[in-house]
Design a protein around this ligand. Structure first.
Ligand code: GMT
Length: 375
């Protein structure tokens, strides 16, 4: 199949999922064309069957906001015509599903019809899409998609609650290539970060308010009062400054390492003993899954799709949003005894195997085939 994938080229979430999906489809013999404004962070361009088309947006002084959705839909029309694309798969409804629908309509003028699959990732529904400013356009784009998927059952339920949805939503969970994690990393050197007696706790996110970065730091503060430990904070975002200030004021600076955005997530997670994700909202929690694949148990909130990924008492623990005392207590429970930690590491890894890429990609392929038959 010749597939065009539209996504955000980010370090996080939907951009990473779209990149892993495209790469895997290319390995399975499909021709995959990424269409976005920058090369996706994790995309290796020198790969068979992978192509990248950059969407240019011309700066023009008349425009207060540059019309990215117009540029994207025009680019899609060109790419589809030039490369005989058979299917569009857009990740994140805003504005990708909207631009994809417009491209479909323009292509009809040239007697080209092709189906569009829209994957909902979370913030496009729960945080941004539900805002009245965007809601009618998001509802329209979802209803006009030929196939709609969501990354968790919880996100499907939210979408149905929030929008007036007139079509079926298929749940296709996020995934991970477990073959990369079957053997332990040989360069997994924890001495780079911590003393031998210390436990390593990690958090990874884009540090937006929804991630509750202050909860991460406070949970760590409580744990470190009982267990010698350090905290590695990976990522960057608006909440970082306040949290860094808190660690300085409270004598935690030497125990908290801020490493910024990183392309070495697996190298950090492989020596981590615990992952913290106390988010306010999370449709899935891909970072938690990446931690589990690296044999790192997870302490998370029980919001959204997180309980579908982090099984309470098995791969870690889930608590109510904001219950930092309970999260700290559960963290200590996992970390205080070596044998218990090893058991949690094993069961976190076993839980991650349920999301192996080989179980999930065929689900997308089946949906693609059905969509093409119908169109
Ligand atoms: O929240 C993020 O880290 C980024 C965000 C995005 O929109 O890309 O992630 C969303 O999609 C991810 C991939 O499907 C999910 O794992 C995240 O849970 C989801 N974020 C939220 O729902 C807040």
């Amino acid at each position: 199949m010749k597939i065009a994938i539209v996504c955000y080229p980010t370090f996080w979430g939907s951009g990473v999922v779209a990149t892993m999906l495209g790469t895997s489809l290319a390995q399975r013999g499909h021709e995959v064309h990424f269409v976005t404004y920058k090369q996706p962070v994790r995309l290796e361009l020198l790969t068979k069957n992978i192509y990248f088309h950059e969407v240019d947006v011309e700066e023009y002084p008349l425009f207060h906001y540059q019309p990215y959705d117009l540029a994207l839909s025009s680019k899609l029309v060109n790419v589809v015509q030039k490369h005989d694309i058979e299917l569009l798969h857009v990740h994140y409804a805003i504005p990708h599903a909207y631009a994809g629908y417009m491209a479909q309509q323009m292509l009809k003028e040239h007697d080209i019809t092709l189906p569009m699959v829209t994957t909902l990732h979370g913030t496009d529904i729960t945080l941004v899409g539900s805002n009245p400013i965007y809601k009618p356009s998001v509802t329209f784009s979802i209803n006009k998609s030929d196939v709609v998927t969501s990354v968790s059952q919880s996100l499907k339920d939210d979408t149905i609650d929030i929008f007036d949805i007139k079509r079926e939503i298929d749940v296709v969970p996020n995934f991970i290539d477990m073959s990369s994690y079957k053997t332990e990393f040989t360069d997994c050197d924890r001495s780079l970060m911590a003393f031998p007696e210390e436990r390593i706790i990690t958090h990874i996110s884009n540090m937006r308010p929804v991630k509750r970065i202050m909860d991460v730091v406070r949970i760590f503060e409580k744990v470190s009062e009982q267990i010698p430990s350090i905290l590695i904070m990976v990522g960057d975002g608006p909440e970082r400054t306040e949290a860094e200030k808190y660690t300085r004021r409270n004598g935690l600076s030497h125990k908290v390492k801020w490493v910024g955005n990183s392309t070495e997530i697996d190298r950090i997670l492989c020596f981590s003993d615990l992952f913290l994700l106390p988010s306010e909202k999370e449709s899935f929690g891909l970072a938690a899954l990446e931690a589990m694949a690296n044999r790192t148990p997870v302490i998370s909130s029980n919001t959204g799709g997180l309980p579908e990924v982090n099984e309470n008492g098995i791969s870690g623990f889930t608590s109510d949003v904001g219950n930092i005392d309970e999260m700290a207590q559960k963290a200590v429970h996992i970390l205080e005894e070596d044998d218990r930690l090893v058991a949690f590491k094993k069961s976190a890894f076993a839980k991650a195997e349920q999301f192996d890429i080989n179980l999930v990609i065929p689900q997308y392929e089946r949906l693609y085939e059905n969509a093409m038959q119908k169109s």
